[in-house]
Design a binder for this molecule. Structure first.
Ligand SMILES: [Zn+2]
Length: 282
């Protein structure tokens, strides 16, 4: 299965920036006792719904020398669980004309499914299973190393790499390491099953996740299903301690060698990124 890796590219930032306030109207929110945050927006224009389960973990949380770990774990989640094995759960979605994918960025890892709305309940059951029951079979780990390596080799050729590296160096962000491809690939090769499993266990927990459902659903029904499937997952006794530092908010435009400008921050962490073009070269 092909999965998309969203790096912090101009396109991603622009799309974040363009997310207007009106799109947040009529959103119903709930937090389960175990800390899972749920947001539902009812949109009844078509008998479809999209489910997004986001874990607040990304490249910035990667262990030393293992930058690719969040992306790698994302891949392993597509190997399924005993209840939803690999040859069954993608078909739940695709056989009904749906779509599923996953992506990892600096700050988050998201799993997404677009399905006929009558399938939402089953998808929630599947995602709850993937939150805690992924097996990390050694054979899968080996196979996915090769897949992830191949993806990273593809990214290494992107024209924006040097710009992004300069940008994140200026921001003092660990994200700059993302653009050093040799150590990044070595980290994938050296990753052990135990390391990947420990990373999963540390970050894949209800109080580090946000479930979003948008579409032809009833919010109360989604909350009931979420309680039924995710509600039985206990909140770990130990609070999740993150050692990473957030980006410092920018107080003025940041210029990267005449190639682009980062403008003042949008919200807590996002900023408006203007990619290079003859028009904005200065
Ligand atoms: Zn990938």
């Amino acid at each position: 299965m092909k999965k998309i890796l969203f790096v912090l590219s101009g396109l991603f930032l622009i799309s974040t920036w363009a997310f207007t306030q009106s799109q947040f109207s009529d959103v119903k929110m709930k937090t389960l006792e175990n800390g899972l945050t749920i947001a539902v927006k009812e949109v009844h224009e078509a008998p479809l719904a999209q489910i997004q389960l986001t874990y607040k973990v990304g490249f910035r949380d990667a262990p030393e020398g293992r930058l690719e770990m969040p992306h790698f774990v994302e891949h392993i989640l597509f190997k399924g669980t005993p209840q939803f094995p690999r040859d069954k759960f993608p078909l739940l979605v695709t056989e009904n004309g749906g779509y599923l994918n996953g992506f990892t960025s600096a700050e988050r890892t998201t799993y997404v499914e677009t399905v006929p709305s009558h399938q939402v309940q089953q998808i929630l059951e599947m995602e709850a299973s993937r939150m805690t029951e992924v097996a990390f079979d050694p054979q899968d780990v080996q196979t996915e190393k090769n897949v992830v390596l191949s993806e990273v080799r593809g990214y290494a050729g992107a024209q924006t790499n040097q710009f992004n590296k300069d940008l994140f160096t200026k921001l003092g962000s660990k994200t700059r390491d993302y653009y050093d491809f040799e150590p990044r690939m070595k980290g994938i090769q050296d990753t052990t099953v135990e390391e990947a499993k420990a990373f999963y266990k540390k970050y894949y927990r209800p109080d580090n996740a946000v479930l979003v459902v948008v579409g032809d659903v009833k919010a109360e029904e989604v909350f009931t299903w979420a309680q039924q499937y995710f509600g039985k997952i206990p909140r770990p006794a130990q609070a999740l301690v993150k050692t990473i530092l957030p980006f410092s908010p920018l107080t003025q435009d940041l210029r990267v060698d005449g190639k682009g400008i980062v403008r003042e921050p949008f919200g807590f962490r996002y900023f408006n990124f203007i990619p290079y073009s003859p028009k904005n070269r200065n």
